[in-house]
Design a protein around this ligand. Structure first.
Ligand SMILES: NC(=O)c1ccc[n+]([C@@H]2O[C@H](COP(=O)([O-])OP(=O)(O)OC[C@H]3O[C@@H](n4cnc5c(N)ncnc54)[C@H](O)[C@@H]3O)[C@@H](O)[C@H]2O)c1
Length: 347
């Protein structure tokens, strides 16, 4: 099959490219390599993944922007995708607050372009959309919490399921632009019959992840430990996320593609069994590296959910899927990769 991956140089996209190419599919990566620019970093990031993929058999690469309709459509017409994995995005909350119009154009308009491209080129195609838990916005904060020594927990629920409202609350522009994109994805299934899998992702981590303070916190913390650089905790560090190894995420994508489900929305993350607070990650990193770094504190960031844990019952049941990687092993693998590529992370 022909698999078109937008944002294919990113962390999720590059792992999708490698996975599907090694299964014998033709993969075309489409990316404009703007991750570093988004996070105002002068250092390269996803350029590394691009070079990595040049060597992977079965992967072709095209530099392109999902906002550029005619380029995108031309590329899709030529490639004739059976499956689109739409991972391209502006993924940072802070950037969305500073540049909401650019955020919307990448995340919402870019998504509409990709959908319309698939509809015109192959209306029987499948589209996987990388959505986010941020579509629920501050509704998540309505659930009562309890405070423990190193973390917050939900008091009455194990996790957030798909019936959580996305409505009548604050989201941040990032949450709105991703939700707008997602609503178009859902609508293209209802109105035009495209097969679509929406995955509302919690915290995904893995090798080839270039974490910044604003996005990719596990990779960010790991790189700070390995370069002996300080970490700033915004708030008290008891914030909790359920974390999912990127390879596990891709298994769920694959299971959806191979299923007979026409369209569905899934919450996905490591679930309650694989959650970490910032303080717990720091404890683990101290154990793994046998060293400590300076940890500074600062005020809470506006819109930072104290707890987000996905209820993964639906994705586990419908896609016959389970997360396989436990966080200690996953973090160890990520640390080993950063160690092997230390020069990419020195400031
Ligand atoms: N990693 C996570 O924890 C997480 C959580 C929730 C949702 N998501 C979503 O998953 C997707 C992938 O995330 P990731 O962690 O791999 O991020 P990433 O930044 O590593 O990958 C995104 C890629 O998109 C590319 N890109 C940005 N703007 C583009 C444009 N206009 N045209 C073409 N390419 C463009 C970037 O260069 C980058 O390579 C994103 O849609 C993100 O919103 C990620």
């Amino acid at each position: 099959m022909n698999i078109f991956i937008t944002g294919g140089a990113g962390m999720v996209g590059s792992h999708c490219a490698e996975y599907f190419a090694s299964a014998g599919h033709n993969v075309l990566v489409y990316d404009n390599l703007m991750r570093s620019e988004i996070f105002q970093s002068e250092k390269e990031s996803v350029e590394y993944n691009w070079q990595y993929l040049v060597e992977v058999q079965g992967v072709a690469l095209t530099k392109g922007d999902v906002r550029n309709w005619s380029d995108l459509l031309g590329t899709m017409k030529e490639f004739q995708p059976d499956i689109v994995i739409h991972a391209a995005a502006q993924p940072g909350v802070r950037m969305s607050l500073e540049k909401p119009i650019e955020d919307f154009s990448i995340n919402a308009v870019g998504t509409l372009n990709v959908l319309e491209g698939l509809r015109q080129v192959n209306p029987n195609g499948v589209l996987i959309y990388c959505s986010t838990n941020k579509v629920y916005g501050a509704n998540v904060d309505r659930h009562e919490l309890k405070e423990e020594q190193k973390r917050y927990c939900f008091r009455d629920i194990n996790g957030i399921n798909e019936s959580e409202s996305v409505d009548r609350t604050g989201h941040t522009p990032y949450g709105v632009s991703k939700l707008s994109g997602e609503l178009y994805v859902q609508d293209y299934a209802y109105t035009y019959g495209l097969r679509t899998g929406v995955f509302r992702m919690s915290c995904i981590y893995g090798t080839r992840q270039f974490g910044f303070e604003d996005q990719g916190w596990i990779a960010w913390f790991c790189s700070r430990y390995l370069t002996d650089s300080p970490i700033t905790l915004y708030g008290d560090g008891k914030q909790v996320r359920d974390v999912l190894w990127v390879g596990d995420l891709i298994s769920a994508f694959d299971n959806f593609i191979q299923s007979d489900i026409h369209h569905e929305v899934f919450n996905i993350g490591g679930g309650p069994a694989n959650s970490l607070s910032l303080l717990e990650l720091i404890d683990n990193l101290e154990k793994i590296t046998d060293r400590s770094v300076v940890v500074q504190t600062s005020d809470w960031r506006k819109f930072d959910q104290k707890v987000y844990i996905s209820d993964i019952t639906k994705v586990c049941t419908l896609l016959k899927w389970n997360p396989m990687m436990d966080p200690m092993n996953g973090v160890g693998r990520l640390m080993a990769w950063i160690e092997d590529n230390r020069e990419l992370f020195q400031s």
